[in-house]
Design a protein around this ligand. Sequence first.
Ligand code: AMP
Length: 192
Amino acid sequence: MVLVLFGAPGVGKGTQAQLLTERYGIPTLSTGEAFRQAIREGSPLGQQVRSYVDNGLLVPDELVTAIVEQALSAPTYQNGCILDGFPRTLPQAQALDELLARSGRRVDLVINLIVAEDEIVRRLLSRGRPDDTETVIRQRLRVYSEQTQPVLDYYAEQGKLVSVDGNADIETVHRRILEAVAQRVLRDNATT
Ligand code: AMP
């Protein structure tokens, strides 16, 4: 199963990805986390992406896609993957389809987590990550809203998009996601 968690910064993708990983035993691949780790380690990748991450800008598609391609070819992800924070742009979504197709895989479901903007800002400010200052948060939200619609349209056209209301506590949102996945599995079984 390849499951994409989509949504603005601060909607709880990382938290929900972790819960899904525990529930399904499928590892999460988080591009944001991979970048933060590279920055902490001061690796060449970290040096390449630092200024983008620090300023709330998107890392160039080619770079992100190359990282994901490399990761997804590792044995760890052969039984499936929860994608947190990727794809974020239409070219990334298209590149993901291509690279999955090469190994006979595909995106199964895209969960669009929706949270009210005031709540997003409140959550991000309380999280305290280095890129969670108010200016950078605003920038990340702006970038998100510019890039979002084409990605949502792309997956909606393929019938893979499910929206989940994320304005609730962690457990409730987790249950909503599990229901969305279960419904999808039922539907797929009925049509095949
Ligand atoms: P996140 O942890 O998903 O909020 O990502 C933190 C930062 O990493 C973002 O603000 C971007 O600078 C960068 N980043 C993470 N994922 C991507 C992606 N799919 N495309 C471009 N930049 C990304």
